[in-house]
Design a protein around this ligand. Structure first.
Ligand SMILES: [Zn+2]
Length: 243
C-alpha cells in the first residue's frame, strides 16, 4: 500500500512557501543495484530531495532545517505556494536537454552553501553528485545478447567511446575531485565496500583488493565479484551488480 501525505514548508531566508508530497510507504517491485551503491527503482522518483534551492530567492537550504506543516494546518489559497515542479532541483525536468549538467551544477553549489554544515550532509551531496555523473554510463546499458550488430558495436567501442562515455568525460574534472574528497568521508564511516569502489572508479586499482580482502562471503558476494573482476580488467566505469 502506498500513501501520500501533502506537507508545506518555508524558505528560511525569504519565507516563500513550498508544497511537497511525502511518500510514506511503498513496495519496491523491481530494483537494480549498481557498484556505486545506487539503487535504481521507481520509488526513487517520489522521494524528496534533501537540499532545495528556493525558487524565490535562490538560497540553498536543507529540509532538516525547516519545519514541515501538514495540509490540514495550512490554507493554501491564502499565500503563493511554489509547487514541487517549481522548486525541485535542478529546476528543469529530467527529460529536458541539459538536465544532468544542471543537477551537477546544483550539487556543486550546494556543497559550497551554508546548508552543507557537517560531514553527514557533505557525504549525502557528494554521493548524489557521484551517482549523477555515473548516470551518464547508466543511461547506455551494455547489451546482454550477442548478435552481429552487437558484435560490430562492441568492435567499434574498442576504438570509439560510447555516447555515455562522451557525456561522462565532460564531467571528468568534477568527478575526480569529488572522488578524492569522498575517500576520507567514506573511510570515516567504515564503508569499506564503497570505499573500494571509489578507489576503482578513481583508477587506483592497487588499493581495491586490500579493501575487499575481508569481504565476499556474505550477501555482498555478487558486489565483490563484480568489483574484483572490473578491477582485474582495469575498468573504471560504474557497473551493474544485479537487475
Ligand atoms: Zn527564499
Amino acid at each position: 500500500m502506498t500513501t501520500f501525505l501533502q506537507q508545506f514548508f518555508q524558505c528560511p531566508a525569504c519565507g516563500a512557501w513550498m508544497a511537497s508530497i511525502e511518500l510514506t510507504s511503498y513496495t519496491v517491485h523491481e530494483s537494480m543495484l549498481w557498484s556505486d551503491g545506487f539503487q535504481d527503482h521507481q520509488a526513487v522518483y517520489f522521494m524528496e530531495p534533501l537540499f532545495i534551492k528556493c525558487p524565490a530567492c535562490s538560497d540553498i537550504f536543507c529540509r532538516e532545517d525547516v519545519h514541515m506543516v501538514p495540509a490540514y494546518d495550512f490554507q493554501e489559497d491564502a499565500v503563493r505556494v511554489y509547487e514541487r515542479d517549481e522548486w525541485r532541483p535542478p529546476g528543469i525536468d529530467s527529460f529536458e536537454e541539459g538536465y544532468r549538467e544542471a543537477l551537477v551544477n546544483f550539487y556543486a553549489e550546494a556543497l559550497n552553501s551554508q546548508a552543507c554544515s557537517n560531514t553527514e550532509r557533505e557525504t549525502w551531496i557528494r554521493t548524489r553528485l557521484w551517482w549523477t555523473i555515473n548516470d551518464c554510463i547508466r543511461a547506455y546499458p551494455g547489451r546482454r545478447q550477442w548478435s552481429l550488430r552487437v558484435f560490430l558495436t562492441f568492435l567499434r567501442r574498442l576504438v570509439l567511446p560510447s555516447p555515455g562515455q562522451l557525456e561522462f568525460a565532460r564531467f571528468s574534472k568534477v568527478f575526480k575531485e569529488n572522488l578524492q574528497r569522498m575517500k576520507p568521508l567514506y573511510a570515516e564511516r567504515e564503508a569499506g565496500l564503497l570505499l573500494a569502489e571509489i578507489h576503482r572508479e578513481a583508477g587506483e586499482f592497487g588499493e581495491v583488493s586490500g579493501l575487499l580482502k575481508e569481504w565476499g562471503t556474505g550477501p555482498e558476494k555478487s558486489f565483490v565479484r563484480v568489483v574484483r573482476r572490473a578491477t582485474r580488467l582495469r575498468q573504471k566505469y560504474v557497473k551493474l551488480i544485479s537487475g
